[in-house]
Design a protein around this ligand. Sequence first.
Ligand code: NAD
Ligand code: MG
Length: 385
Amino acid sequence: MRKTSIFGATGSVGQSTIDLIRRAPEAYDVVALTGAGNIAQLARDAIELRADVAVTAREDQLPALRAALVGHPVEAAAGDAALKEAAQRPADWVMSAIVGAAGLVPGLEALKQGATLALANKESLVCAGQLLLKTARDHNARLLPVDSEHSAVFQALVGEDMAAVERVIITASGGAFRDWPLERLKSATVDEASTHPNWAMGQRITIDSASMFNKALEVIETREYFGVDPAQIEVLVHPESIVHAMVGFRDGAVMAHLGAPDMRHAIGYALHWPERQDLPVERLDFAKLAQLSFRSPDLQRYPALQLAYDVMDRGGLSGAVFNAAKERALDHFIAGRIGFLDMADRVARVMQRFDRDDMGLDDLMTLDAVRRMDHLARVDIDSLL
Ligand code: NAD
Ligand code: MG
């Protein structure tokens, strides 16, 4: 049995992970499930999967969690310290599916135990990529991509020499507003931004898809995982979301990864890697797919995307600034304090206000430095309201 933990178990990726594990309960010894709300769901899953511990990040929810677990052999715990402690419990395979920079510490702790970390939490890679990769190296642990595009690139690279890679192309659906006239974007509402044409996901990543902040994170994620130069990374709008990524090689050949838009594919690949096992995902019927179309993203429509290249150019801690500012901008948009287009505007302004030298500290990337930058960026964007 594989010792398994799921951070962010109550979310969209967490639930898809549980869906796969539930199909083969005899194969998994579940250590920890975590959430930050939805206590009933967390307790139900922890009981069903016989988890050792259920953790909610919110301390005020501990009594409710305890009550929901009465009579069952599952420990209840709450708060950031409890989350960290749960991440320190030895596990073979850990799903990191918390949304936002809050996923960083649990991910680092899991790597320190030598676990294989299946990383959906792209924000931690954007704000502290070098730290995560170094922690994995130092502890002989492994990081596996769970974002659909990066899982696709990872799969296209099996058996290949990175020196032969010319370019990496990740696709984007274009999100909720891909066909809206530019003028209309200014007044786009939270509800309108919270529906995705192809993927069912958490609200935050869905809005980030409409603004392409999500794709900006993914461009940086591509650089961190695969070590390719920014100039080698391309984004293509592909409204059908069937081709997730393509890798172009020096001989002109291109390997594309295709699949139905279902996160259980990327999760399942990381769960069974390096093998492939049956997955309950829809099979593509090519005769029925009318067309696969591609176009270059319009940077006027998606100013967030350009910011990713600025972040990579600056390096160091600029990813921590970018991600934190983006998270806060999204909080402000959801709360109705700023408009849809203001998000990219405010994040760009925060980026400009930070000194290049403050952020160019690759060798010194420590958790404290990342957290400090994260904090400063949040304070700074709040001052721009
Ligand atoms: P979600 O909002 O559905 O779930 C987030 C999970 O994190 C929930 O369990 C929530 O309770 C928990 N959480 C939220 N704030 C927390 C905090 N401060 N501390 C601890 N836990 C907290 O999000 P999601 O769509 O499942 O996405 C999860 C991660 O996976 C994100 O990083 C996202 O970018 C990435 N991702 C998601 C998809 C997808 O299809 N949903 C695809 C690719 C990558
Ligand atoms: Mg993705």
